[in-house]
Design a binder for this molecule. Sequence first.
Ligand SMILES: [Zn+2]
Length: 55
Amino acid sequence: MKKHAKKSPIQDPVCGKRINRNKAHIVVEYKGQDFLLCCPLCQAEFEKNPEKYLR
Ligand SMILES: [Zn+2]
């Protein structure tokens, strides 16, 4: 049996909180990556400077 590639933990990049994708405030796609934000505050923070949160 093949091993699946490990998925990176789903985390709010702004506050670092782990969140469930379907419980996230919003999922923002930026440069082909999905970012889960837990609340409007984190979303605002992310949108101010999305580059900062790119891996
Ligand atoms: Zn957050």
